[in-house]
Design a protein around this ligand. Structure first.
Ligand code: AMP
Length: 194
């Protein structure tokens, strides 16, 4: 059983790597961004409350995302590992997660930071928006360069505090997310074996 946290700015390739990890290791993928978008689409009370923040690239309140993660983790098979993607984003969320995982007796193994320069991200986000238009999948309302900038700034602010939190716990691993999808996957696999 392996329990992972993936930390990286939007467009860093967390989602792609998470998909591979689900396929190769049977992990449960928990993306707070996906859970929030589903809630917004279904127009649940939580979705309605979170919509403005998500559309503008601001963070939704800690207790909302912690609640979503707790709910998902409670549906996990006991021996199944998990990947948290986009969570935690604040130290308060990291502390809440630590308490949650203590109770489940299922501690984190690795916190993987996706290192990537901003100009790479702008390109990837533009491509993602183009692809979703071409395939007819509704474009994510937050996939545009202005909102991207805000989300990247938000990410940089949050990450500084989070990295020292996880560095203290010796859980932090950095990978070069500007490398190709396969290279990044190889890097993550070797880290999981190690
Ligand atoms: P993502 O798909 O992870 O980039 O998340 C999309 C948006 O959902 C973010 O810009 C935030 O508005 C919101 N969100 C996702 N995860 C979190 C989190 N852990 N804490 C606060 N807001 C979040």
């Amino acid at each position: 059983m392996v329990n992972l946290v993936l930390i990286g700015p939007p467009g860093a390739g967390k989602g792609t790597q998470a998909e591979r990890l689900v396929r190769d290791y049977g992990l449960m993928h928990i993306s707070t961004g996906d859970l929030l978008r589903e809630a917004i689409k279904a127009e649940t009370p939580l979705g309605r409350a979170a919509r403005t923040a998500v559309d503008s690239g601001a963070l939704v309140p800690d207790e909302v995302v912690v609640g979503l993660v707790e709910e998902r983790l409670s549906t996990k098979r006991p021996e199944q590992g998990f990947i948290l993607d986009g969570f935690p984003r604040t130290v308060a969320q990291a502390e809440a997660l630590e308490r949650l995982l203590d109770n489940l007796d299922s501690p984190l193994d690795h916190v993987i930071i996706f290192d990537i320069p901003i100009d790479f991200l702008e390109e990837r986000i533009a491509k993602r928006a183009e692809q979703s238009r071409a395939t007819g999948t509704p474009t994510r309302t937050d996939d545009n360069v202005n909102v991207l900038k805000k989300r990247v700034e938000e990410f940089a602010r949050a990450t500084a505090a989070l990295t020292s939190f996880y560095d203290h716990r010796q859980l932090l691993r950095r990978i070069d997310a500007a490398a190709g999808v396969t290279d990044v996957a190889v890097e993550i696999s070797s880290l999981m074996r190690g």
